[in-house]
Design a protein around this ligand. Structure first.
Ligand code: NAP
Length: 370
């Protein structure tokens, strides 16, 4: 089957992707959203908010909103304006080809499933989890990966944070605003976090440390009631009664699909130009947590999705040829966008682009697959 061509394809459907979809749909670009596939972790349609219960810090909801409800509504809003959403994952991309090639299903298929003039990447990031069976059951019910999002719910309660890096200590310090006691559970007797974060945590009277300890299990059926700790030196088990557990052992951006094609930092986050969503490849934009390891909030992801949509729209517009018919009805002349926009009689037409045939760029390395 020949590829289906789109002006814009959006890969990922968290707040960033769906906001980009709303904006590009309202700009008449008929975006296709590849929203991902159902899964038990945050790598699913709707992203990380699908694992959250109450969201109280997304503006516009004075009573708060359930994470899945927010995402379902964002999706419906995008569809209302003409975005097409497919519940599939991209299996391969060729970002250097013109148009850009996107595969769904067999990554070895000779031709891509879709081609696009512009691609917006919003595949997000996922919290690294402990790998315990209880995590799936209790996430959103006392178990969280985001102190900014959920700390408020633990006022005057005793809770724990697992991890020994900057994230863990930052979360622990933040959580002392609400909790009566925060125990940091770390698997070694030395923290990985920066000295300044360590000092801040050591000086905080509400923070205690459980050294050489790993979380063996999270207790509670409907909600967290405690954690079972295992001493890494002796193997001894003990229970710590807490009503909340924050897992802060790192994040992993979902960027395997783009390895070797887009610039990334040491932790695998996509690099965009300062204050822009543009990447080093023209027509490829990135937004949300896949390129943000600092803020990681639904509202900042949504805002960057808006930026990506506007950047993509302007980029597509800059590729238009502009023409005008002379009084004799002569064949339309073409101008560069800059010069033609000065002419009151000019009208935009799309440049002819090689949409129907997808060609693999010469010497392009084999795409990396996730
Ligand atoms: P990180 O530095 O990789 O730390 C992860 C921590 O989790 C480590 O202490 C690690 O233990 C522990 N860990 C990993 N897997 C574990 C497991 N399965 N069970 C128990 N513990 C486990 O990750 P991060 O703290 O998210 O930081 C990521 C990057 O962002 C870092 O460069 C950090 O400096 C930066 N960051 C900066 C700030 C800030 O400047 N305000 C805030 C947050 C993050 P080990 O130490 O034993 O390996």
């Amino acid at each position: 089957m020949p590829p289906t061509h789109h002006e814009v394809v959006i890969i990922g459907s968290g707040p960033a992707g769906l906001t980009a979809a709303i904006y590009t749909a309202r700009a008449d670009l008929a975006p296709l959203v590849l929203e991902g596939e159902p899964s038990s972790d945050s790598d699913q349609p709707g992203g990380q908010l699908m694992l959250t219960t109450d969201v109280e810090n997304f503006p516009g909801f004075p009573e708060g909103v359930m994470g899945p409800t927010l995402m379902t509504d964002m999706r419906a809003q995008a569809v209302r304006f003409g975005a097409k959403v497919e519940t599939v994952k991209a299996s391969r991309v060729d970002l250097a080809s013109t148009p850009i090639g996107i595969w769904v299903g067999d990554p070895d298929a000779a031709e891509p499933t879709h081609t696009a003039d512009a691609v917006i990447i919003s595949t997000g990031a996922r919290s690294v989890m402990l790998g315990l069976e209880a995590e799936e059951r209790l996430i959103g019910h006392g178990l969280s990966t985001c102190a900014t999002c959920d700390g408020f719910f633990f006022r005057d309660q005793e809770i724990a944070v697992v991890g020994g890096g900057d994230s863990a200590l930052e979360e622990a310090t933040f959580l002392t605003k609400f909790a009566s006691k925060v125990t940091v559970v770390h698997r070694r007797d030395e923290l990985r976090a920066s000295k300044i974060m360590q000092n801040r945590a050591f000086e905080n009277p509400k923070i205690e440390f459980a050294w050489n300890s790993v979380v063996d299990d999270v207790l509670g059926e409907e909600a967290v009631t405690g954690i079972r700790l295992r001493d890494t030196a002796t193997g001894d088990l003990r229970e710590l009664p807490v009503t909340g557990l924050f897992v802060a052992i790192g994040h992993r951006p979902n960027t395997d699909l783009f390895a070797g094609q887009l610039a990334m930092d040491d932790n695998g986050y996509l690099l965009t130009h300062p204050d822009r969503s543009t990447t080093d490849i023209p027509g490829v934009f990135a937004c949300g947590d896949v390129q943000d390891h600092t803020y990681r909030q639904a509202i900042t992801a949504a805002a960057s999705g808006c930026m990506a949509a506007i950047d993509a729209e302007r980029w597509l517009q800059s590729r238009q040829c502009w023409s005008t018919s002379g009084p004799s009805g002569a064949a339309p002349a073409r101008w560069s966008p800059q010069s033609s926009r000065k002419s009151p009689t000019s009208r935009p037409v799309r440049c002819a682009s090689p949409r129907s045939t997808w060609t693999r760029p010469p010497n392009w390395p084999a795409a990396t697959r996730s």
